[in-house]
Write a protein of this length. Structure first.
Lengths: 469, 333
């Protein structure tokens, strides 16, 4: 149980869905240029931008479009950021550079750029495909650039994302054989060589665009898609592996996704904050997100209120030559016979348990030879009433009505559904969209007592969600 | 069936281990009131063991508190062998000798021979203070004969109990009839005047069971410090009912019962909670059919083979079983 200093708490008797995310556009990303593809690096971000380097000079490609290059911006504190600085390479002047990914060694950089750099690339009619390039990152310089072995002038590959263990390289590509649009692919590092690309499969990919893959260290594969059913434009989704296959993608809720293009999400290891890009304010900008829902690191497991008891004549069970019969009266009208008996009461109460003993030698019966007062109370805890299992898409009810916290003036019931959604209220409804086991937390706080302190306690229980057959 | 607990006064002495010696007026009678045994039995030496006496003699010890300064008598009820109470085998031809011993050699804790449990060993130890042989004699039929008076200091002093010990031996010296008798310790030869703080005990009980199916007899062995188990041995029970061992800890353990002219024995665990108290051996007779004139023998020994004492007045009182209810929560089935 925690003791907190309160904010304003309001009793909600009905369910209230809570926004799970708070987003903030980063201050360095508010110009009229496009900033995309954030990558967490050291104490700041690497990102791509087509920003102008100086007030008078604009860097463009051969066809006149502003070039994207790689920048690093250092975080000064929780609010302020330093001015972005360009990461330069031999390609900076004439080609797009980025999006990118940093390998676990912190030095090897995988970035997107145009494949053809020869004279042909200067032909405005030439369609130069993008590919992945591998290089060394030395301070603000990218050096030793070498092409990814699967680059191909006939199609695009790019937006690389190296897994945190360095064993997988995810990327997007419109290479032949996909599901349509661009798809997410990955290569596995085997004997220090990247394997042939593997399509991430039909759960991740669709006939629409899938790009900007990002494999989180916790196993989630975040990606972007413009598939139907989204909030509009590109949306951010994630998928988790069930056994060996990627599961049904989950679209992140608003305000991460919006009617505009929202893409290229990366997250901290605890998933509670991260960055993404969005053009919801006309240009592509980088936003920071923070998950605002409360999830307790420690939360008591819900204990079921059981009213079943075993009654033992402790001494009798030690000997096997006891010519006695033990007859129990449980105080609720029920009886049983035996040295060890079990009885379930209907509910809490005060029960007088009486033991009558029949001497089988004499036939005499000693009434009420021993009695015990059994007081049954519900466990003092918040209580979650819900089904143990349900199907995806099925609306299920969660109730805290059986909460037993004597002396509490409960101000708030807060539910965390373990899928980055939350709600408040004594009775709430919830529909899970993906199968799995969810650890539901119910956090109950009481009204502020003297000194402004409030009590708070938490219980959790697991429920299983199955795909509807 | 619970027996009313008598009120006892407790004398506690401490020599090596704490020992408690208790008594009230009922303890002056042997068998004691709580024992509810009708008669002790000793057959003439020509009798048969199948009649319920395995050795044709019995020994009882009396403890007289040191602070008792008067004289006392050991009275024998119905000492003769004939007339009422006794068990006739053909014609009354038996003689029984009662002998009272005092002085050194009597105390069975100092002199194991005195207990009379070792085959072929002289148990008539101590100074013979009085002795008399009884045959078929109407003068003593269904009446008392009083040995004494004795002075307490004539006994063998036992520091542990702070008492003088006297011994009375009953021997079936001839014939084959059964002598059924009782003792009473009294300050007066002609009336029953108990000695405050006195008690009586034996190591081997040979007695007559009731001639009805409802009466329950008892013996009360004392569980001294260091006992972890006891072995009970009973003889010639004729499969007459059930023996239950009761304590504050045991509601009633059934132990094997002997048949005709044989022994049955079993081991009984002793719990820590039973130390310093008496056990209650209850003898429930067979209900289906009455076994008449059933004479039986019982003795106990601890795990080291040392015999246990049966006190006429149970030390610590008659043990009453205390049920213990355990309640624990379980998952619904």
């Amino acid at each position: 149980m925690l003791v907190l200093f309160p904010g304003l708490l309001i009793v909600n008797s009905t369910a209230q869905e809570l926004n799970s995310y708070e987003i903030t556009r980063l201050p360095f990303s508010s110009s009229g240029y496009n900033d995309i593809s954030p990558v967490m690096y050291n104490d700041g971000l690497l990102f791509c931008s087509d920003r102008r380097l100086s007030g008078i000079m604009e860097r463009t490609s051969f066809d006149g479009r502003r070039l994207y290059n790689i920048y690093f911006v250092q975080r000064r504190d929780s609010v302020e950021w330093n001015k972005p600085k360009e990461i330069r390479s031999e390609r900076s002047e004439l080609f797009n550079n980025g999006p990118l990914s940093i390998a676990p060694d912190g030095k090897t950089v995988y970035f997107t750029s145009e494949i053809e750099t020869g004279g042909q690339s200067k032909n405005k009619k030439f369609r130069n495909r993008s590919g992945i390039f591998i290089a060394d990152l030395n301070g603000f310089q990218i050096t030793s650039i070498r092409p990814f072995k699967y680059n191909n002038p006939d199609y695009n590959i790019g937006q690389p994302s190296v897994s945190s263990d360095g064993k997988y390289l995810f990327f997007s590509s419109d290479m032949p054989g996909g599901y349509g649009g661009s798809d997410i692919y990955y290569c596995e590092l085997i004997n220090n060589e990247w394997s042939d690309p593997v399509n991430a499969g039909p759960m991740v990919n669709s006939t629409y665009i899938e790009n900007y893959p990002y494999l989180h260290s916790g196993g989630r594969l975040y990606f972007t898609s413009d598939r139907p059913g989204g909030a509009g434009g590109l949306d951010v989704y994630y998928s988790e592996k069930n056994d060996r296959e990627w599961g049904e993608p989950v679209r992140l809720p608003e305000p991460v996704n919006s009617a505009s293009d929202d893409f290229a999400l990366v997250a901290m290891p605890d998933l509670e904050s991260g960055y993404f890009a969005s053009n919801r304010q006309r240009n592509d900008d980088i936003y920071e997100f923070i998950i605002t829902i409360i999830r307790k690191a420690t939360c008591d497991t819900l204990q079921e209120n059981t009213y079943c008891y075993e009654f033992i004549e402790e001494n009798a069970v030690k000997y096997d030559t006891i010519p006695f019969r033990y007859e129990w009266r449980f105080g609720d009208g029920d009886t049983a016979s035996g040295e060890i008996v079990q009885h379930c009461y209907a509910g809490p109460g005060s029960y007088l348990v009486q033991l009558d003993v029949v001497n089988l030698v004499t036939g005499e019966k000693s009434l009420n030879e021993k009695s015990e007062r059994l007081v049954i109370q519900d466990i003092e805890q918040p209580f979650i009433t819900s089904p143990d299992t349900a199907y995806t898409g099925q609306e299920i009810q969660f109730s805290a009505d059986k909460t037993n916290l004597p002396g509490w003036q409960i101000a708030k019931y807060y539910w965390n559904f373990d899928d980055e959604t939350a709600a408040t209220g004594q009775n709430v409804k919830k529909t899970f969209t993906r199968p799995g086991e969810y650890n539901i937390q119910l956090i109950v706080s009481d009204k502020a007592g003297s000194g402004g302190k409030i009590k708070e306690t938490c219980v959790s229980r697991n429920i299983l969600i199955f795909n509807r057959p | 069936m619970k027996v009313n607990t008598a009120i006892f006064r407790i004398l506690i002495l401490s020599i090596l281990s704490v020992t408690v010696l208790l008594s009230d007026a009922s303890s002056q009678a042997v068998p004691g009131k709580d024992e509810n045994i009708p008669f002790l039995v000793t057959f003439g030496k020509d009798g048969e063991t199948s009649w319920g006496d395995d050795d044709f003699f019995s020994i009882f010890f009396f403890t007289i508190p040191k602070d008792f300064s008067g004289q006392f008598y050991i009275k024998v009820f119905d000492p003769d062998v004939g007339g009422e109470n006794d068990e006739l085998q053909g014609v009354w031809n038996s003689k029984t000798m009662f002998s009272v011993y005092g002085g050194k050699g009597v105390d069975p804790e100092k002199n194991i021979e005195s207990r009379g449990l070792l085959p072929g060993v002289n148990y008539k130890t101590g100074n013979l203070l009085a002795s008399r042989v009884f045959g078929d004699d109407a003068r003593y039929d269904n009446k008392y004969y009083a040995f004494g008076p004795f002075n307490p200091s004539e006994g063998d002093f036992n520091e542990k109990w702070n008492s003088y010990i006297f011994k009375i031996v009953c021997e079936g010296i001839s014939g084959d009839d059964g002598n059924l008798y009782r003792y009473f310790l009294s300050r007066d030869a002609n009336s029953d005047l108990p000695l405050e703080g006195a008690n009586a005990f034996t190591y081997k009980y040979t007695f007559r069971m009731w001639n009805d199916t409802k009466s329950i007899s008892h013996i009360y062995p004392y569980i001294d410090t260091g006992i972890v188990s006891i072995k009970q041995k009973n003889f010639d029970w004729d499969d007459d009912g059930v023996i239950l061992v009761v304590s504050t800890y045991k509601q009633g353990i059934s132990v094997p019962v002997s048949g005709e002219d044989n022994w049955a024995e079993s081991k009984i665990p002793v719990e820590q909670a039973e130390i310093g108290k008496s056990l209650d051996f209850q003898f429930h007779k067979k209900k289906e059919s009455l076994v008449r004139n059933n004479n039986v023998v019982i003795s106990l020994e601890n795990q080291r083979g040392d015999a246990l004492q049966f006190f006429s007045s149970p030390i610590g009182g008659v043990p009453v079983y205390q049920p213990v209810i355990g309640i624990r929560k379980v998952q619904k089935k």
